[in-house]
Design a protein around this ligand. Structure first.
Ligand SMILES: [Zn+2]
Length: 162
């Protein structure tokens, strides 16, 4: 869904701060994967963990997925609303459409990723589920940042200084 900015909207630094906060929440959520599955980097696998720990990892997986969808959906909406508002008031230019389409593609990719992750977990490969989740998300976010957000944040910061 594309946000509809109010007729006379004027972006402020607070709006931009909310976007930065989303980015930090996202990073915290992804970092939690590493503190939950402690073998995410060394690939020792679930065999080296206790049965209780495996239960914690398996139990946490659905809430990670839920949190991520939640953060990303509201973040993309907020970012797009701010972009539109700043474009409408002449504070910003740039290609809204391709950025919006990139967000849509990420959400579509996430849907597929989440069923892949759940499938891996259900087939007893919880460590692979965590690895796949982390690897794909980090990749998607880094690519999006490189192609869109890094530049957008700089331009927004600059525009709001005036
Ligand atoms: Zn973006």
């Amino acid at each position: 869904m594309v946000p509809q900015p109010e007729a006379a909207c004027m972006a402020t630094h607070q709006d931009l701060e909310a976007i930065h906060l989303d980015h930090r929440r996202l990073a915290t959520c992804l970092a939690l994967l590493h503190t939950t599955c402690i073998h995410l980097n060394d690939h020792l696998g679930c065999d080296s963990c206790s049965y209780e720990q495996l239960g914690v990892c398996r139990g946490q997986l659905p809430s990670f997925i839920h949190d991520l969808v939640d953060i990303l959906t509201s973040h993309f909406y907020r970012e797009e609303a701010l972009m539109l508002c700043m474009q409408q008031s002449g504070q910003l230019d740039g290609d809204f459409k391709s950025h919006h389409q990139a967000h849509v593609r990420i959400l579509q990719r996430l849907n597929k990723l989440f069923s892949e992750v759940q499938q891996l977990d259900r087939s007893g490969r919880t460590e692979d589920a965590y690895f796949h989740f982390d690897y794909m998300m980090q990749g998607a976010m880094a690519e999006h940042d490189r192609r869109f957000d890094a530049d957008l944040m700089v331009r927004m910061e600059k525009a709001l200084k005036h």
